[in-house]
Design a protein around this ligand. Structure first.
Ligand code: ATP
Ligand code: MG
Length: 572
């Protein structure tokens, strides 16, 4: 059963339980209301999981509503991407709505407010309007246009709609209280003039309602019962209620605020993410370093891991910042179960095994998964020439138990294969080792060496004859600070957030059962890069390293399981 079908003990569920018990509402209707001005990020995923999760848990409904009344940055491509991401996360909306479809209704509600003497057309220039608003510590001042006659307001508002005024020269404002301690209540703007083509309604309208005016009315029109948003809208709740209390509308939704998701090492605002894209600091909105849903998908995150993460952070009113490790451990947990194991060498160095005949090849049977035997086995070619990772060789020979590498005169086990000992090395003209010459012990295929000599460690390898050349994209955090939240966030860009390695992977990658995710043994979880991968070029993104306290224990367990399971397999 999906975790979202379960009611959790958070303050929103307690409110809903109370509302149902008191008969305040009969069924629950929520909505996820993105503005289509960018791609969704992991913060939105929290809101999606909350809104759709509540609908599932209470057998209610959840709408997807595009809050699209600001034509400046909204685009159809964002609508499509948002729908795709919501579906990909595993949620189905009951209805899809567009606030821009409510244009005529919103206009009529504005007329109703004017008729009630609760809205007026203001012609204060923008800088004056700002000045007249006052500050947090000083009250605002009434606009000289505040006391216009209703008839004049109606006439001017219809002229605004007709396009008779220039942008910024005029607006419709609610008439509330210029000395309210809540700035949002100081005669907020309800409509402004903008001669910009709207991606859905074209240029049929040149006046556009503000977020505050649109949002509450859209909620009411759709019969939303609980309108959940992030804490920065706390003050706006007063305006939300004021508007709905003053128009003739049937339904009465209530707004509740929860703390937004903040995550270390990432920026989480569409504006800042868009800047990274437009400055070409990343490859696009779906760059695997981006905290967007599309970036996480391309990085190899699964919908399940993102849902689990959103579920684990909880719903409160406390502002906090979640460690990246929390997100990483969710994807590790999921991939640990589903990703087949395979070997890949990211920084290859050649090993030639002296005591094997020229052209020697042998098929070794290996498990695809250490504890899911249903994932079967594969044949891995072991040959006279193999690649190991450059980092698994230590040039000096030292007696240090902590160094688990191949050294001259020392032994290591090739994972799921034989024990080898390094005998000599060859360097190129730049003094860089290009070949390590070894001997292997033929008695050691899944057996301890007879001389009981301890091996330094277990290293992974790939045949130098039968393999696939591949590129590996290794990612680090996009920022050098874990709190890149200030406006100068661009000065914290990590210049080393992407490392590209050219190496080799087992040929079995061509036939691996799971088409997208793999664990490259000892290197981490990887996935095929949807953008750069082709028949001619194999490119993998490292989703996450095999790391962390959690994992260390798991890793030993994995290794034990693997050897136990391999033993069973060999004996059968
Ligand atoms: P951004 O600041 O990234 O541009 P936004 O709030 O302007 O985000 P919207 O498209 O208006 O983006 O957001 C849709 C919904 O997602 C809103 O209800 C909003 O409160 C919620 N949301 C946005 N960011 C977060 C976040 N970091 N954590 C939780 N919910 C969020
Ligand atoms: Mg918004």
């Amino acid at each position: 059963m999906n975790k979202f079908n379960q009611k959790k003990n958070n303050f929103i569920n307690r409110i809903i339980d109370k509302d149902l018990a008191s008969g305040k509402c009969k069924s629950i209707h929520t909505r996820f209301p993105p503005e289509p001005n960018g791609y969704l990020h992991i913060g939105h995923a929290k809101s999606i999981c909350l809104n759709f999760g509540i609908a599932q848990a209470y057998k209610g409904k959840c709408n997807l509503r595009f809050d699209d009344t600001n034509p400046a940055k909204e685009e159809k491509k964002f609508v499509d991407a948002i729908k795709y991401d919501v579906k990909w996360l595993g949620f189905k909306w009951d209805n899809v709505h567009y606030a821009s479809d409510y244009s005529e209704k919103l206009y009529n509600y504005a007329i109703e407010l004017i008729n009630k003497g609760l809205a007026y057309v203001d012609e204060l220039p923008l800088d004056k309007m700002r000045e007249y608003r006052g500050t947090l510590v000083s009250p605002g001042k009434d606009s000289p246009y505040r006391s216009r006659h209703i008839k004049e307001n109606l006439f001017l508002f219809s002229k605004m709609r007709n396009g008779d005024f220039a942008e910024g020269s005029i607006c419709l404002r609610a008439k509330i209280d210029m000395s309210s301690p809540f700035m949002v209540m100081r005669d907020p703007v309800l409509y402004r003039v903008k001669f910009i083509n709207h991606y859905r309604i074209g240029n049929r309208w040149c006046i556009h309602p503000t977020y505050d005016f649109t949002h509450c009315i859209s909620d009411a029109l759709e019969g939303i019962t609980h309108s959940l948003c992030t804490l920065e809208f706390q003050d706006n709740r007063r305006l939300y209620d004021w508007i709905l209390n003053n128009i003739s509308i049937k339904n009465r939704p209530r707004q509740y605020e929860f703390s937004r998701l903040n995550l270390e090492y990432v920026v989480m605002s569409k504006r800042k993410l868009g800047l990274l894209v437009s400055l070409n600091l990343v490859e696009g909105w779906d760059d695997p370093r981006m905290p967007t849903i599309s970036g996480l998908r391309r990085r190899g995150y699964t919908p399940k891991s993102i849902r689990e993460f959103c579920c684990s952070v909880g719903i409160t009113k406390q502002e906090n910042c979640i460690e990246m490790g929390a997100l990483e451990s969710c994807i590790r947990r999921d991939l640990n179960e589903r990703a087949p194991r395979i070997m890949a060498v990211l920084n290859p160095i050649k090993v030639i095994i002296n005591n094997l005949p020229e052209g020697y090849e042998e098929n070794i049977t290996m498990l695809n998964h250490p504890f899911n035997l249903h994932m079967g086995t594969r044949q891995v070619v072991f040959s006279k020439e193999i690649f190991i990772d450059r980092n698994d060789f230590f040039e000096k020979t030292v007696d240090d138990k902590k160094i688990k590498k191949l050294m001259l005169g020392k032994k290591v086990r090739l994972r799921n294969a034989y024990v080898i000992q390094a005998e000599s090395i060859k360097k190129n003209e730049h003094g860089v080792i290009d070949t390590i010459y070894c001997t292997y012990d033929p008695q050691t295929l899944n057996q301890h060496p007879l001389d009981k000599c301890k091996v330094k460690g277990i290293i992974h390898w790939v045949s130098a004859i039968k393999n696939i050349a591949a590129e590996f994209y290794l990612y680090d955090y996009l920022f050098t600070t874990n709190y890149p939240f200030s406006e100068d966030f661009l000065s914290y860009i990590n210049p080393q957030s992407l490392t590209v390695c050219h190496g080799f992977v087992e040929r079995n990658i061509l036939y691996a059962e799971n088409k997208k995710h793999y664990q490259f043994e000892r290197e981490g979880y990887f996935c095929i890069d949807s953008y750069h991968f082709s028949k001619y070029k194999f490119v993998f993104n490292r989703t996450v390293k095999l790391r962390g306290v959690h994992y260390k224990n798991k890793k030993t367990q994995d290794a034990n399981n693997l050897h136990g399971a391999t033993d069973k397999l060999m004996k059968s």
